[in-house]
Design a protein around this ligand. Sequence first.
Ligand SMILES: Cc1cc2nc3c(=O)[nH]c(=O)nc-3n(C[C@H](O)[C@H](O)[C@H](O)COP(=O)(O)OP(=O)(O)OC[C@H]3O[C@@H](n4cnc5c(N)ncnc54)[C@H](O)[C@@H]3O)c2cc1C
Length: 399
Amino acid sequence: MNLSEEQIQLRDWVHEFANGVMRPAASEWDEREETPWPIIEEAARIGLYSFDFIANSYADKSGLTMAIVNEEMSWGDAGLALAIFGTTLGVAGIFANGTPEQIGEWIPQCFGTVEKPALAAFAVTEPDAGSDVSSLRTNAKYDPSNDTWTLNGTKTWITNGGIADVHVVVASVDSALGSRGQASFIVPKGTEGLSMGQKFKKLGIRASHTAEVVLDNVRIPGSMLLGGKEKLDERLARAREGRRSSTQAAMATFEASRPIVGAQAVGIARAAYEYSLEYAKERRQFQRAIIENQAIAFRLAEMAMKIEASRLLVWRAANMAATGQKFTMGEGSMSKAFAGETAVWVTEQAIQILGGYGYVREYPVERWYRDAKIYTIFEGTSEIQRLIIARAISGLQIK
Ligand SMILES: Cc1cc2nc3c(=O)[nH]c(=O)nc-3n(C[C@H](O)[C@H](O)[C@H](O)COP(=O)(O)OP(=O)(O)OC[C@H]3O[C@@H](n4cnc5c(N)ncnc54)[C@H](O)[C@@H]3O)c2cc1C
């Protein structure tokens, strides 16, 4: 678990950006609740937001690079980090399902250019299909006469929804088959019938854009179906015959991406811990630093323990995914759920340590508290992670 010289250098480089560019801008973009284009452009300019950077980070055989990068970015600011790296959700969707040609064509377009960065979105969730993704209503109908798909439906809570240059939309092609009857499509910006619904005002990560995506008779060529028609037809035939599906492969992909989300939560928790540790050493009440009281010092000790444990779970799961080890206990889910809940708990403790100063916007701690909460909700709620772990350890279809 020792980082290589290269990883340490990379971590320090990302930290410099997080400390020098993200931290000073965090409060402003939290208040503005707008996409922070100048920060995204700066990340693109230095090569942090680019296809090459993400591809190289993912290529790391230890699996730790993406975790380290994400922790540092979220330490800088979770909202800005998601505004910059939210694109990777769409990228992962293309990478997991696309043909080599589709990957080569569309992933670079998700990032755009240094002069004009672009964004991508991954649209799965719907108003009536959140945790239960098997019940998607957005449908895709194929017309063989002109090799065209027509998509109809509404997606909700979509990061970069409506402002992305590339939307990866998951739709049902055969609703009777549930999640086995779904496919992913590329819908580029400007496609007729694609529009943004309402933009949501959120508790935290407010620099990250979250909105509805409306698909009203969106017509796209057959080449936009990720993986291609032949593969889809084979998959549907297997599902109709009740044969084993690739659902397990899809689940494995999700498990592999969860530690990265966990790493983001670790970044927020560490920010709040470091800040409150320093504060507790400085702040004096009753003629002594407040850290000299066990009630405060033990709280900080507990915060440190939970953050270290979270990072270890995250690194282990990231390493297992990169080295092709099978998750047998829902290790990916464990890392995400534990780190997410740790971030919520640690940031609350940090507010307590700062007292009234923790509660006001002049100090960053209340923002970290608001930002942390999303980590028990998106990318699978804490309950859904427990469901996955419980099923993995018991071998039973726990409901
Ligand atoms: C800021 C933000 C950004 C997001 N970005 C994206 C995105 O880019 N793309 C995308 O597709 N989605 C995105 N989402 C959606 C997110 O993944 C969903 O909100 C999440 O999966 C939960 O779905 P839901 O909100 O419909 O809650 P529900 O599924 O309705 O859950 C409500 C509650 O019931 C619990 N629950 C549900 N089923 C069970 C069960 N079987 N057992 C026990 N408890 C259960 C849940 O854990 C939760 O506590 C985003 C959400 C937010 C808030």
